[in-house]
Design a protein around this ligand. Sequence first.
Ligand code: ADP
Length: 344
Amino acid sequence: MGLIRLEGVHFRYPRTLVLDDLSLDVRDGAVTVLVGPSGSGKSTVLRLIAGFEPPARGRVVIGEETVSRDGRVMTPPEERGVSLVFQDLALWPHLTARETLELVLSREVPREERRRRTEEALAAVGLERHAEARPASLSGGERQRVALARAIVTRPRILLMDEPLANLDPPLRRALIEEIRQLQRRLTLTILYVTHNHEETFGLGDHAAVLRAGRVEQVGPPRELYERPRSAFVASFLGRCALVPVRARDGGHESALGALPLPRPDPAGSSELLAVVRPEDVVVGDDGPLSGKVERAICLGSAFEVELAGPGWRLWALAPAEPVPGSVLRFSIRRVVTVPASNP
Ligand code: ADP
């Protein structure tokens, strides 16, 4: 069920149309990841849900309540049960972790309750030992935990997170992805999470929504979007792939790579298609029916991503060992998906 619903939302700055008839359901008690290129409107979606701005047209619903509609904010941000976590943590430099949390609560909560909730939030993010530390003496990960604790100490139903881990190194990011996941489950939070990062998208998202120029291009479990993208845009956004033009003809099809293992029936129902070829589906091996010249190889650590080219095509393969640039590799393609060529 959608805890948050955006219905036909329009939003613009004087020179820019940011959200263009956008509709989105954010499921209750799950993590929805919002991905899309810079400027596609992701942060604006969060701002509208938080209540900093109303949509010019359309409405924002939280639970049963229409919180803003057609240029009007009906429910102010502090009454929406929503907390935010940004990449820029904006921690108060002169306050300890404990003081930060107590200050967030101070207005409405009696003192004893405030203490109890503060301890709970510090424990929830594993910060008990750093309760008396100020931001300057904390590591990046610990500061991020203070920001998380500050966001949950008010016991929100909804967490809006805008690239919160973008400044952290990969191992720490991985650890925090896991911690956010556990926290979300334990507190049954509904999270809308903006990111560019694939690890966060696939590691955190129960659902993902891909934004393109102020509209939702596709929504679904991240793995489903990866495996069954509806457009070349979604396919490319979620991971490296080659797009090979395919033309259906006389019950069969042709491409610069010959016949490809197209899914049947053709889901796009069109004669002009693009085959999405992922590196992991290109199997390098001497018995492969196809061959291509090695243009370059990128070391991924565990394997090499190799760009292969031939007459009228170019694609990426995964190879266990580093190939010689300019050499010819044999390969086969074990799986492709197709998207319409008319909606690149
Ligand atoms: P994203 O989070 O996907 O990068 P944003 O929602 O931040 O996108 O921004 C969407 C568009 O709105 C961008 O083109 C951006 O330049 C523009 N924009 C954002 N904030 C402002 C502002 N305060 N004034 C004018 N334009 C803005």
